[in-house]
Design a protein around this ligand. Structure first.
Ligand code: BG6
Length: 483
């Protein structure tokens, strides 16, 4: 097993889950800042994580107490990034994926001039990363659109948001053209169907249930057009830059080899892949157009959209990979949650405490499938396990479960490379504990670095190294040979 020379090793974060400082230095509220921690949440009921309405937004914005909005505080990366980057550098990171909080640059999304203090923060962040030899990989939209755009336009449902987003991206490319070469447009662009508010600012209570799918695909179309415009703009402003799409890779196996189960699994996989298809091929696949017709979905497109999509194809494909699931036509098949999905349980796989099924070989399967389909370089830009950690009396944190998860996944990634898959890098999720995207918990920990903070924001925020920290350092030092 051999990883290529210059393979990027590192970790991935999102601004809204790490930075905190939600209303400092001119930042406007984002959709993440109204997401609430629910103490008695059934973590296996993913629908409950994402419910939101105008009333809930109003209540969140007038609540004098911040405690139940963990993404507002994150892990205070905004003020502690130097300490955190030093720890990443100590592990040997050569890449760090971060996102730029849109509402730090354009507080409502509609200003014509950017907020200089917001721009300055990322200038300093990238400068420090370069000083430490860490290449930035930057996501332009990671579940944090300005709240004002959600409230005023119902998010990406309104085509006018395209212009707001492309203005924001243009400013980022101009400002960071000497700092950032690798970019991603929309994090997990496919997730609009599963959590429309978080992904696209769509407030579900405004949409009749039977119109929800139509609404999501229309908003998605606007995101796809925006993504293509942004890819083109980036290539023009930053020669040699590389822009990727980002997919939640939800590989689905048939629960049995009964042809009906196979067909059901195939349909799931095609639906999951089509989001990347459009980014890579610059057009909607025929099978998806037919699926839209069957479901009565009609997208409003402008005459220029087809040419825009064609002119903005991505340079590489990136994806998150946490788990797999199966599909069956048997209505009684046992179900289990995954990353914001509910799938049919696979009897051959263990699960995390959150019910996500652990499948290292599924990563190899997914890499081979994606490379064979797209023939473009791949990056795994999220992979990891959320777990509860215990701090021992002497301050040490033993997390053999996390080491085992990563060991097996990295091994399978190496095997995929050996089989011929072209890969540029791997950024784990998340190298430091942060706020969970779906459940807003702090206690769902992903990091190699422990952060002393509980679900209600109590703690010193002190950082400490877990056993996995030393293990990952060794992996990076050996370019993946010493697992
Ligand atoms: C991905 C997201 O879906 O999964 C991240 O891009 C998220 O933002 C990660 O944190 C893990 O999910 P969760 O819900 O456990 O935080």
């Amino acid at each position: 097993m051999s990883f290529p020379q210059g393979f990027f090793w590192g970790g991935a974060l999102a601004a809204n889950q790490a930075e905190g400082a939600w209303n400092m230095d001119g930042k406007g509220p984002s959709v993440a800042d109204v997401a609430t921690y629910k103490p008695n949440l059934d973590v296996k009921n993913y629908q409950a994580h994402v419910a939101i309405s105008d009333e809930a937004i109003q209540a969140a914005m007038t609540d004098p107490d911040d405690q139940m909005y963990p993404k507002r505080r994150g892990i205070d990366f905004y003020h502690r990034y130097k300490e955190d980057l030093a720890l990443f550098a100590e592990m040997g990171f050569t890449m760090l994926r971060v996102s730029i909080a849109w509402s730090r640059i354009f507080p409502t999304g509609e200003e014509l001039e950017p907020n200089e203090k917001g721009l300055q923060f990322y200038s300093e962040l990238f400068a420090e990363m370069h000083r430490l030899g860490i290449e930035p990989l930057v996501t332009l939209s990671h579940y944090e659109m300005p709240l004002a755009l959600a409230v005023k336009y119902n998010g990406w449902l309104d085509r006018r948001v395209i212009e707001c987003f492309t203005r924001f991206c243009h400013i980022c490319f101009e400002r960071y053209k000497n700092d950032v070469k690798y970019w991603l447009t929309f994090n997990e662009v496919d997730s609009i169907i599963r959590h429309p508010f978080t992904t696209a600012g769509i407030i579900p209570s405004r949409i009749p249930e039977d119109q929800m799918l139509q609404t999501c695909y229309q908003a998605l179309h606007h995101q796809l057009v925006a993504s293509a415009l942004v890819v083109k703009d980036c290539h023009e402003i930053i020669p040699g830059s590389k822009v990727g799409c980002m997919l939640t890779k939800l590989t689905t196996y048939a629960r049995t080899c009964a042809p009906d189960d196979e067909l059901a699994a195939q349909a799931k996989n095609l639906e999951n892949l089509f989001y990347a298809d459009v980014h890579v091929w610059g057009e909607y696949p025929r099978l998806i157009q037919k699926m839209f017709q069957r479901k009565g979905i009609t997208l409003k497109m402008q005459p220029e959209d087809a040419a825009i999509l064609k002119a903005g194809c991505v340079d590489f494909v990136s994806f998150s990979y946490y788990m797999t699931m199966t599909e069956s036509v048997d209505p009684n098949a046992e179900r289990t949650p995954g990353n914001t999905v509910l799938g049919v349980k696979n009897p051959y796989l263990p699960s995390s405490d959150w019910g996500w099924q652990i499948d290292p070989k599924g990563l190899r399967y997914s890499l081979i499938e994606l490379y064979d389909r797209y023939r473009l370089p791949l990056m795994v830009v999220e992979n990891g396990i959320g777990a509860k950690d215990t701090v021992e009396p002497d301050g040490s944190i033993h997390d053999p479960y996390r080491i085992e998860y990563f060991r097996q996944h990295i091994q399978e990634m190496g095997r995929a490379i050996d089989e011929g898959v072209e890969m540029w890098g791997y950024t784990s999720w998340a190298p430091i504990d942060l706020i969970s995207a779906s459940t807003n918990q702090m206690s769902k920990r992903y990091g190699f670095i422990y952060v002393d903070q509980d679900d209600l924001g109590r703690g010193t925020l002190a950082r400490s190294r877990k056993d996995s920290f030393y293990w990952y350092k060794k992996v990076i030092a050996s370019n993946g040979a010493n697992l």
